[in-house]
Each structure stands twice: as structure tokens, then as C-alpha cells.
Design a protein around this ligand. Structure first.
Ligand code: IDP
Ligand code: MG
Length: 143
């Protein structure tokens, strides 16, 4: 028998649109149905300082200010999910950044659409690499 692969962790955020629309359960359900484990979870408000660190790579881009405004406009749910290749796997479950073109079957493709705002209200965030995951988990959970 092959050795079990070491597990991986990612940071997932249900954004304010997901919480406001009552989609927390649906989104967690998809994470769990895929076979990933919810290792930690909390509802919280993200302030500008935290979001500026979280989205540091986007500072200076035209959508940065609307993004910070949107992400601090209401409660979010922060989740640590765990499983083999969960970083790549959750990005795949989430779908493309632009919800209009995100494939049906994905969270964004099934449940979100263009709202005509300056920022894509696309329900979820997922870390994009092991480095981002470690950094973002530390930011949101301090571990
Ligand atoms: P990702 O969430 O799919 O990783 P990123 O490029 O990291 O996408 O962008 C972070 C977030 O900023 C997106 O999820 C979306 O909410 C918003 N965003 C990204 N690109 C644009 C854009 O071109 N217009 C408006 N909003 C954008
Ligand atoms: Mg990203």
C-alpha cells in the first residue's frame, strides 16, 4: 500500500455577499461533500488593516479600494480546510474569478453573477499557493 500523502491546509473566506445571501451552509456543504475537512471556522468582521495585508498583492490596482470596501461591508466566515491538494481543489470548486464566466458546477458559476459593481462579488476566497495559505491562515487565525 502506498504511504498516505501529507495533508495540506488552505484559507477559505465566505465573503460578505455569501453571508448576506445565506449561502454559508451551501458553501461549507460543497467543501465537505468534496471530502475536505473543516479544521477551524469563525464568523468575523475584517477591518481595512487586515484586508490590506491579506490583499497586499492587489494594492494599487483599480479594484483594490472597492475590494476592501466590499470585504469590510459585513461579516465574513473564515475557514481552514484540510485535505490532500486542498489548495488546488478548492480553487477548482470555487471557479473562475469572474462569476459570469465561472463554469456551471462551481460555487461562483452556480451561485454568483455580475452585480454591476466595481468589484467582483464572487462569494468566496481561496488561497492560491502553499505560501499564500500559510500567510493567510496566520493572518486570520494567528497560527
Ligand atoms: P481570486 O479571488 O480568484 O484569487 P484575485 O485576482 O486574487 O482573484 O482577486 C481578488 C478579488 O478581487 C477577486 O476575488 C474579486 O473579488 C476581485 N477582483 C479581481 N479582479 C477584479 C477585476 O478585474 N475587477 C473587479 N474585481 C476584481
Ligand atoms: Mg487571489
Amino acid at each position: 500500500m502506498s504511504q498516505p500523502q501529507s495533508s495540506e491546509r488552505t484559507l477559505i473566506l465566505v465573503k460578505p455577499d455569501g453571508v448576506a445571501r445565506g449561502l454559508v451552509g451551501e458553501i461549507i456543504g460543497r467543501i465537505e461533500a468534496k471530502g475536505y475537512r473543516v479544521a477551524d471556522l469563525k464568523m468575523m468582521s475584517a477591518d481595512r488593516a487586515l484586508l490590506t495585508r491579506h490583499y497586499g498583492e492587489h494594492e494599487g490596482k483599480p479594484f483594490f479600494e472597492p475590494l476592501v470596501e466590499f470585504m469590510s461591508s459585513g461579516p465574513i466566515v473564515a475557514i481552514i480546510a484540510e485535505g490532500n491538494r486542498v489548495i488546488e481543489g478548492f480553487r477548482s470548486l470555487a471557479g473562475a474569478t469572474d462569476p459570469t464566466v465561472a463554469a456551471p458546477g462551481t460555487i461562483r458559476g452556480d451561485l454568483a453573477r455580475d452585480q454591476g459593481t466595481k468589484v467582483q462579488q464572487n462569494l468566496v476566497h481561496g488561497s492560491d499557493s502553499p505560501e499564500s495559505a500559510a500567510r493567510e491562515i496566520a493572518l486570520f487565525f494567528g497560527s
